[in-house]
Design a protein around this ligand. Structure first.
Ligand SMILES: NC(=O)C1=CN([C@@H]2O[C@H](COP(=O)(O)OP(=O)(O)OC[C@H]3O[C@@H](n4cnc5c(N)ncnc54)[C@H](OP(=O)(O)O)[C@@H]3O)[C@@H](O)[C@H]2O)C=CC1
Ligand SMILES: CC(=O)N[C@@H](CCC(=O)OP(=O)(O)O)C(=O)O
Length: 346
């Protein structure tokens, strides 16, 4: 599909994910932003809700109804889990629907029900084009499931090692996230007094709902079931995730240089995935606001493990940036339109 100007609606525009989609689309030359919708804030001035989005300050947040969302070429959904399926089913098949939520990410209904405790809505093409085979499925797609933020960075950080057969399918992920990952609505545990000057673990012991999503992605790369031990940490910063991912080496003689070669080869054609110079380790501030993923990899000889570190902005490439990238692929636009690899420093 090629069009001169694509009309876009954003459901959940008062939230973090929807707000970030709006921020990115304001820099997208091929898009006209139509309806901006929400729930409890419907009727409120957008300039009060998202004051950083100055060009949209005069807009009013509309209710999230089929009537309001209909008539756009593309609809982004930044809604709580479980709210996407009904709206998506009611929208015409020709409308490109891009869901930032989890509803359509998992292919296995039993796994969905175990981790989300609700009936499985189905599965859509998965919006992580840098994984083998995914980009092809996104071209021309009219329904796209944007990955979770932890699965994005965890999967990209270890995929080359699994794909090249350097490690066994037994992956450990420890990932620290900024607080925006929990959404704007989250209040419990996120008040300043409990987050500032504090790091805490949660969802420990394989119970976090992103564990099966990471395993699903890695199974696609390794061609075999992959055991994933995932521990998320909450750290006192607004944005960003740093994931440390390790796995046992198949051959204890594998060198750090060989590991780097595998990563360089895997992402040679990927404009958003950047292997840092040797010895430079990823830091979250370098990817803030950008669609880039920064990676570094080495070998821990004594432990017999490959260790890789990756960073992503959870709201950008971790959600809204991926959503815009996927829209570009679906519509046949240049993949990086409206997106940048330039971060912030200091
Ligand atoms: N934050 C992140 O890093 C990531 C988030 N996501 C996903 O994106 C989605 C949105 O998350 P996030 O932006 O963080 O959440 P927020 O809490 O920041 O925003 C939620 C949005 O949904 C609206 N909303 C709430 N309830 C309803 C409802 N019943 N029907 C319609 N709209 C409703 C809210 O409107 P109002 O404010 O008017 O009440 C608000 O616009 C979630 O599914 C989340 O999993 C995905 C990846 C990462
Ligand atoms: C820090 C924090 O709370 N992060 C969120 C994940 C955010 C995300 O990507 O989630 P979805 O799967 O909901 O889209 C969490 O652990 O639940």
């Amino acid at each position: 599909m090629h069009m001169s100007q694509v009309s876009v609606a954003i459901a959940g525009a008062s939230g973090y994910a929807g707000g970030e989609v709006a921020r990115l689309l304001l820099g997208h030359p091929g898009v006209t932003i139509g309806a901006l919708t929400g729930a409890s804030n419907a009727g409120e001035s957008f300039g009060r809700l998202q004051p950083h989005l100055v060009p949209l300050a005069d807009r009013v947040l509309e209710p999230t109804t089929l009537e309001v969302l209909s008539g756009h070429d593309v609809v982004f959904l930044g809604l709580p889990h479980g709210q996407s399926a009904e709206i998506a089913k009611a929208l015409p098949d020709s409308t490109v629907v891009i869901d930032c939520g989890a509803d359509f990410r998992l292919t296995d209904a039993a796994v969905w029900e175990k981790f989300y405790g609700s009936p499985h809505a189905g599965s859509w093409p998965y919006g992580l084009p840098e994984l083998p085979g995914q980009r092809e499925a996104l071209a021309g797609a009219t329904r796209i499931a944007v990955p979770g933020c932890y699965p994005t960075i965890s999967s990209l950080t270890i995929a080359p090692a699994l794909g090249a057969g350097l490690v066994t399918p037994d992956v450990t992920v420890v990932a620290a996230s900024g607080t925006s990952g929990a959404g704007k609505a989250a209040k419990t545990n996120l008040l300043g007094s409990e987050v500032m000057g504090n790091v805490s673990a949660y969802g420990v012991g394989g119970v976090h709902r992103h564990t099966p999503e990471i395993a699903q992605n890695l199974r696609g790369v390794a061609g075999t079931d992959v055991v994933v031990s995932f521990t998320p940490l909450l750290v006192p910063m607004p944005r960003g995730i740093l994931a440390t991912v390790s796995a046992p080496l198949v051959d204890a003689g594998t060198t750090a240089a060989q590991a780097r070669e595998a990563y360089a080869a895997a992402y040679a054609d990927e404009q958003f995935v950047h292997l840092l110079p040797e010895g430079i380790w990823p830091q979250t501030q370098s990817v803030l606001g950008s669609n880039a993923v920064h990676l570094q990899v080495t070998v821990d000889e004594a432990a017999g493990r490959l260790v890789a570190v990756g960073v992503v902005d959870n709201l950008a490439k971790g959600t809204a940036g991926a959503a815009v990238q996927c829209m570009n692929i679906a519509l046949g636009l240049p993949e990086a339109t409206g997106l940048t690899t330039v971060g912030l420093a200091p």
